[in-house]
Structures are given as structure tokens and as C-alpha cells.
Design a binder for this molecule. Structure first.
Ligand code: SF4
Ligand code: SF4
Length: 179
């Protein structure tokens, strides 16, 4: 099933918010930096980004180094040490953030669901103070595609020998990179 269809409810909501002038235009992108970002993704979300990067010729050594540097700088690979790959949720500056207004390098159609659901909700100079994730819309999306995505996640886990259900985006991508 097309990745855009599974994100449509979130993209439509973003556009609705934007039409009300509640947008990110006054913000430097706080939600993509270590100040507020602790985004974790499923195997399917990571795989969709990986395939997009591959098809657009961006899977190069520079990106691999950037992912490793982010993992090291923000200590994303420190686990609980219980044998299962289950990680402490940490904040990090996303390697796809350009450090400018509207600075995400990924298209809407493959962005993590959590990124799409996190929006500004107040027209103000300091927009980031009025931003939050709309959990009800996220849950509605999750429920609508639950069976399909569960099945896809299982297939990807088996194919790439993954032992995790959710990881911070840089760690998840490195698992595909290193295959
Ligand atoms: S959602 Fe909020 S914190 Fe993120 S870029 Fe927009 S205004 Fe800034
Ligand atoms: S994927 Fe894009 S929107 Fe999400 S945290 Fe990274 S830069 Fe921000």
C-alpha cells in the first residue's frame, strides 16, 4: 500500500492547520533538534526512508558518517542491557534537519508519522511554545492500517534480521545501511 495513502490523514491535517496560519514560519525548527526531538520509527517507516534515499541517490558515505556521528554525539546506542534491543528514549538533532525554517530534507510522503503529527497550534512569534502532537489523529491512522503495517513490519524484520520494533531514526537507518 502506497506510503502517501497511509500518511494522508496526517498531511491533510497539516494543510488544514497551515490554512489557519498556524504554521512553522516563525520557528527555527525546534522540534527537529535535541531541544525537542526524540523521534523513534518502526522498521517500515525506516525502510521507506531508506528506499527513498536509495532511489534519489543519497545513500552515500557522507550520510553514513552523519548517521554515525548523530548516534555517537547523542549517545543513542546505549541500551538497558537486558539482551533485547530496547533503548532509552533520548533527544537528538535529526540528521535530516537543515538548521533553518521548514528545514526537513525528507518529503511528506515518507516522513515518520510522529513528525507529521507534530504541529504548531498558535499564531505567535515564538511558535514552538504552542506545538504538540495530536495523538488522536495518530491513533486513528495507526488503527486504520494496523494489520497491513504489522504484516509489513514482520516481513521487513525477517528480511533484514532486525530485533527491534522501534528505534531512533539514525539507529534504525544504520541497520539498513549496514546490510
Ligand atoms: S512544529 Fe513547532 S517546533 Fe516544529 S518547526 Fe513548527 S513551530 Fe517549530
Ligand atoms: S525527519 Fe524531518 S521533520 Fe522529522 S525530525 Fe527529522 S528533520 Fe524533523
Amino acid at each position: 500500500m502506497n506510503s502517501s495513502i497511509r500518511r494522508k490523514i496526517l498531511i491533510d491535517r497539516m494543510e488544514e492547520i497551515s490554512l489557519k496560519n498556524l504554521n512553522c514560519s516563525n520557528c527555527a525548527g525546534t522540534c527537529c533538534t535535541y531541544e525537542a526531538n526524540s523521534m523513534m520509527v518502526t522498521p517500515l517507516e525506516a525502510f521507506e526512508i531508506f528506499e527513498y534515499l536509495k532511489s534519489s541517490g543519497r545513500l552515500d558515505e557522507a550520510l553514513r558518517e552523519k548517521l554515525h556521528k548523530t548516534i555517537k554525539d547523542f549517545r543513542l546506542d546505549q541500551s538497558f542491557g537486558n539482551g533485547k534491543r530496547s533503548f532509552i528514549r533520548r533527544t537528538y538533532t535529526c540528521p535530516f534537519f537543515h538548521h533553518q525554517e521548514l528545514g526537513c530534507a525528507l518529503p511528506m510522503e515518507i516522513k515518520p508519522y510522529g513528525c507529521l503529527a507534530f504541529n504548531a497550534h498558535h499564531e505567535t512569534i515564538k511558535a514552538s511554545e504552542y506545538c504538540y502532537s495530536e495523538k488522536d489523529i495518530l491513533e486513528k491512522r495507526d488503527q486504520s492500517f494496523y494489520e497491513f503495517e504489522e504484516s509489513e513490519n514482520q516481513k521487513i524484520k525477517i528480511k533484514f534480521n532486525l530485533n527491534w520494533d522501534k528505534l531512533p531514526l539514525p539507529l534504525a537507518l544504520i541497520d539498513f545501511f549496514d546490510q
